[in-house]
Structure formats: C-alpha cells, structure tokens
Ligand binder design. Structure first.
Ligand SMILES: NC(=O)c1ccc[n+]([C@@H]2O[C@H](COP(=O)([O-])OP(=O)(O)OC[C@H]3O[C@@H](n4cnc5c(N)ncnc54)[C@H](O)[C@@H]3O)[C@@H](O)[C@H]2O)c1
Length: 256
C-alpha cells in the first residue's frame, strides 16, 4: 500500500540514524511531507535524496530551538519523537548528572516538542477533521521488562509511557492521539557503539557481545529499524484513528 500518509505533514526528531531515520523515510514514502531533524547535520544530509522535504539542525535538549522550529514549521499532523540515549549501569553507577542527562534527552525532549507543536496539531485536527498523531519511541527495556544494567534508561522509558498516556487522556476529545512504541533490540549505530563499549568492559570480542544481544531476543535475531518504522507509520496515519494512549511492542518476543 502507498499513500497512507498522503496530505499529512510530519515533524520528526533524531532522524539522522537508526529508527528515527527509517521512520522519517517511511513517512515520506507513504506520501507525508516530512520535516526531519537531528543534532547532526552530517547525519541528515542524505535524507533529502530519500524524499524528506526539509531537514533542520535541532538538539532536542534545546527548548528555544524546538520552539523556533514549531513556529517555522507551522501546523502539523504527525509528531514523531525518536531521540534517546542508553546509559549503562545499575542505580549504583548512576550519577546525578547521568540521571539529569537521561531524563532531559529521553523524556523532557518529548515534553518540549509536544508543548511546542501541540497547539498547531489541535488546529490542524480541527481544520482537517482527522486526528493528529504523536508517536513516541519508548523501549521494551524498563517499560515492560526489567533488564540488567539499564537502570536510568529503563526509568526514562517507563516515563515516556506515562507521558504518552497523560497526553492521550488530555486530548482524546480534541483530535490528537498519542501512542508509544516499545522496540526490542534493533540494529543501529548506537547499538554498535554499545556493543563495542561492552566488549571492552567484558574483555570479549564484538562478535561475542553481539551474540549476547541476539540471545536476549527470543526470536533469535535483532530487529531492523524498518520493522519499527512500519508500526510508526500505522500509528501516525488514519488507519489507527481509534487508537490512543497505548504501548506497542515491536520486540521479537523480548517481553515474553
Ligand atoms: N536500537 C535499539 O535497540 C533500541 C531499542 C529500543 C528503543 N530504542 C530507542 O529508539 C530511539 C532511536 O535509537 P536508535 O538506536 O535507533 O538510533 P541511534 O541512537 O543510533 O541514532 C539516533 C540519532 O539521534 C540523534 N541524536 C542524538 N542526540 C540527539 C539530540 N540531543 N537531539 C537530536 N538528535 C539527537 C543522533 O545524531 C542520531 O542520528 C531511541 O530513543 C532509543 O532509546 C532503540
């Protein structure tokens, strides 16, 4: 099927790599006008060749930059929040600075974008007669399953689910839906970095650590960013018009 998001305008964060990139491209392929953003302009470069309409340099930790973007972009139908950082370690290794950084990047970023873009989404919903949709990336880690060494990451991702439900409840009769997607372990540049870091710490090879991540997945393989993007397309568009305030696992059985 194509054109599932035809006529819609989408603003996306962390579009330079991984799930963020795959989803921005999938939205564009389905006919949306996509305004993609990332903290790295280099990472955004090739997105224009993939049908993305605009690229903006935006650090999701910078409130002013998000407010400026919302003014420049105007009313939108879809807000896609992908930015997130994975800290390793238990509560004993989590410094106050780690805690603040994790919550700022993984949760407050979504508060920032939603606060800035929601007024325009409400207007857009009113004029189009169709619901606008916010899609937030949470994780299987923490939100639905406890896993070792992901203390603050897991805590932030559980907060993303609470935030998504709260927004969904507040705007349920006003034409804006809000859902969260919980991926299992997905191949991405940051996963490669986590594997390299863990290999160093454990004194194992990269291949051995990668296999440990694969073993964590009951399906016996990592997910692809495109598999997460497919769920995000569904939640962004009118096919999911009766769905709000829910979490959607795309996890290869991670939560089983
Ligand atoms: N990869 C996984 O296994 C996995 C699993 C569950 C959830 N997630 C979540 O999916 C999301 C994307 O992760 P990924 O691994 O697919 O991609 P990634 O982490 O490899 O890449 C993310 C992109 O985010 C950008 N970014 C980083 N900091 C930013 C900031 N402050 N402002 C704007 N952009 C910023 C980077 O430049 C990069 O282009 C995250 O929220 C992550 O927690 C990932």
């Amino acid at each position: 099927m194509t054109g599932r998001l035809a006529g819609k305008i989408a603003f996306c964060t962390a579009s330079g790599a991984g799930i963020g990139r795959a989803t921005a491209v999938a939205f564009a392929r389905e006919g949306a006008k996509v305004i993609a953003s990332d903290v790295s302009m280099e990472a955004l470069k090739s997105l224009r060749d993939e049908g993305v309409a605009e690229t903006h340099l935006i650090d999701v930790r910078n409130t002013k930059s998000i407010e400026d973007a919302a003014k420049a972009v105007g009313n939108i139908d879809i807000l896609f929040n992908a930015a997130g950082y994975v800290h390793a370690g238990s509560v004993l290794e989590c410094s106050d600075a780690d805690w603040d950084m994790a919550f700022d990047l993984n949760v407050r970023s979504m508060h920032r974008t939603i606060k800035a873009f929601l007024p325009g989404m409400l207007k857009r919903a009113e004029t189009s007669g169709k619901s606008a949709s916010i899609v937030n990336i949470a994780s299987g880690a923490g939100s639905v399953r406890g896993i070792p060494n992901r203390y603050v990451y897991a805590t932030t991702k559980a907060a993303v689910i609470g935030l998504s439900k709260a927004v969904a409840a507040d705007f349920i009769r006003k034409g804006v839906r809000c859902n969260a997607v919980c991926p299992g372990t997905v191949q991405s540049p940051s996963l490669d970095a986590r594997i390299a870091a863990q290999a160093k710490t454990l004194g194992k090879s990269g291949d051995e650590v990668r296999q440990m991540f694969v073993e964590r997945q009951p399906m016996g393989r990592l997910g692809t960013a495109d598999e997460i993007a497919a769920m995000c397309v569904y939640l962004a568009g009118d096919e999911s018009a009766f769905t709000t305030g829910q979490t959607f696992l795309v996890d290869g059985g991670f939560a089983l």
